[in-house]
Design a protein around this ligand. Structure first.
Ligand code: ADP
Ligand code: MG
Length: 252
C-alpha cells in the first residue's frame, strides 16, 4: 500500500501541490484526475523521488520512501511511465525489455569471470522472460524492430513492460492512453487489470473517463494542487464541484 501524506510542493512560490493526502491500496488501480496544471504529474514525480516535496512524505507499506532520490525509490520497486515514453529508440524492442531488468547477473564481472555458466544461465532466463513479456503484450512480431519505430501506443505498452521486468510492485502511469488507438487501449486495459490482479499498486493519471471508470474503483480529483473530491467513478461523475473545475477546459 502506498500512503501519500500531506504533500506540498512549490515552484518558485507557486503551490503546485498543497497538503495532498490519500492511500492507494495494493491490488487496486487508483485514478488520479483533474484539469491541466492541477498537479497530477508533480505528484507522481514526488512519489517517484524525482521531486523532493517541501512538506509531507510518501510511505510504502509503512516505510518512508527516500525523498528526491529516484534511483533509491526505483530500487524499492516503484516505477513510473511517462507521458512521452523514454525508450532507447535505436535499440530493438527486445533489447529495451531486457534493459528493464534492474540487476542483470550477467553484468556482474565476478560472475562472468568465475561462474560463466551461471551468468549465461541468468542471461537465458532474462531473455526468456523478456520474450514472454512481449508475448503477453502482443508485440512478439516486433521484437527485433527498433523501439523508435513503434507507434505511440506500442511504445507505451513497451514502457509498462519495462516496469514489470524491473519487478515493480508499484506502477505510476502518466496518461498511458493519450494518443493511443482504441485497439491498443483495449490491450492496455487488459494488461493493467492483470497487473492489479497480481497484487501490484497502480496509480493512473488519465483523461479518458471511460477508461478510468473501467479500471478504477477509487478516484482522487485534484484542482489547483488540492483534492476537491474522492470516491468511486460514479460518485465523481455526479460531483458538481468536479464538473465546475473542468468547465472552460476542452473536453479531453
Ligand atoms: P498536471 O500534470 O495536472 O497537468 P503539473 O503537475 O504538470 O500538472 O503542474 C502543476 C503546476 O506546477 C502547474 O502550474 C505547472 O505549471 C507547475 N509546474 C510543474 N512542473 C514545474 C516545474 N518543473 N517548474 C515550475 N513549475 C512547474
Ligand atoms: Mg501532467
Amino acid at each position: 500500500m502506498l500512503t501519500i501524506s500531506d504533500i506540498s510542493v512549490s515552484f518558485s512560490g507557486v503551490k503546485a501541490l498543497d497538503g495532498v493526502s490519500f492511500e492507494a491500496p495494493s491490488g487496486r488501480i487508483l485514478g488520479l484526475i483533474g484539469p491541466n496544471g492541477s498537479g497530477k504529474s508533480t505528484l507522481l514525480n514526488v512519489v517517484a523521488g524525482v521531486i523532493a516535496p517541501n512538506r509531507g512524505r510518501v510511505l510504502l507499506d509503512g516505510a518512508a520512501l527516500p525523498a528526491g532520490k529516484p534511483d533509491a525509490v526505483a530500487a524499492m520497486g516503484v516505477a513510473r511511465t511517462f507521458q512521452v515514453p523514454r525508450l532507447a529508440r535505436r535499440l530493438t524492442v527486445i533489447q529495451n525489455v531486457i534493459t528493464g531488468v534492474r540487476s542483470q547477473p550477467g553484468e556482474n564481472l565476478a560472475t562472468l569471470l568465475f561462474a560463466p555458466a551461471k551468468a549465461r544461465a541468468a542471461e537465458r532466463e532474462i531473455t526468456a522472460r523478456a520474450f514472454a513479456m512481449l508475448d503477453r503484450l502482443g508485440l512478439t512480431h516486433l521484437a527485433n524492430h527498433a523501439a523508435g519505430g513503434l507507434s505511440g501506443g506500442q511504445q507505451k505498452l513497451l514502457s509498462i513492460a519495462m516496469a514489470i521486468m524491473a519487478d515493480a510492485r508499484t506502477i505510476l502511469l502518466d496518461e498511458p492512453a493519450a494518443g493511443v488507438n482504441p485497439v491498443l487501449i483495449e490491450q492496455q486495459v487488459g494488461l493493467l487489470k492483470s497487473l492489479a490482479a497480481e497484487g501490484r499498486t497502480l496509480i493512473l493519471i488519465e483523461h479518458n473517463m471511460e477508461m478510468v471508470a473501467d479500471l478504477c474503483d477509487q478516484v482522487v480529483v485534484l484542482d489547483s494542487g488540492q483534492i476537491i473530491a474522492e470516491g468511486t467513478p460514479a460518485e465523481i461523475r455526479g460531483d458538481a464541484r468536479v464538473m465546475r473545475s473542468y468547465l472552460g477546459q476542452a473536453p479531453a
